[in-house]
Design a protein around this ligand. Structure first.
Ligand SMILES: [Fe+2]
Length: 156
């Protein structure tokens, strides 16, 4: 059985945690777990054009966050590359964009084509000062038109 003083201390710590903005993770999903990295693959090219659209039909949107404290990262850079409808990598499906002041991004592209040995996917490289660059891939389901995805980066 806890003594009243210990209980008071726990209550104070809980109140402090709330005041500092800590919150419990959503059920079944850890808050701001780092996004698992995935293979860079052979088709990455730096310095893709600045744009938020390279096609139509698949909208990907979300927030870039820091695993430390879950904070949004304003101005984080998101680079995209994916195969066209024939399953070939081309210049038309490459983009670089900056997250807004609240770390949010929105990108629209064509549904990626299938190429041998891989499910359809989008490649992304996300970078921000003070954080390790994240290289990962997104796997839209067949016919999916909207994909909500937060990128969570790890501090250096
Ligand atoms: Fe690929």
């Amino acid at each position: 059985m806890r003594r009243p003083r210990a209980r008071l201390l726990l209550a104070s710590l809980a109140a402090l945690a709330l005041a500092l903005g800590f919150h419990a993770p959503a059920a079944g999903q850890p808050a701001c777990a780092p996004t698992p990295p995935d293979a860079l693959g052979p088709f990455y090219e730096p310095n893709a054009p600045e744009r938020t659209s390279t096609g139509r039909g698949l909208v990907v949107a979300g927030t870039v966050r820091s695993a430390s404290g879950c904070a949004p990262i304003p101005g984080a850079r998101v680079e995209w590359w994916s195969a066209n409808s024939r399953g070939e990598y081309d210049q038309a499906h490459r983009a670089t964009q900056a997250a807004d002041t609240e770390g949010r991004y929105r990108y629209e592209t064509d549904s990626p084509g299938r190429y041998p040995g891989r499910p359809p996917h989008l490649h992304a490289r996300v970078s921000a000062p003070g954080h390790r660059p994240l290289v990962t891939q997104l796997y839209p389901r067949p016919g999916q038109t909207a994909l909500s995805f937060d990128f969570v980066l790890v501090r250096d």
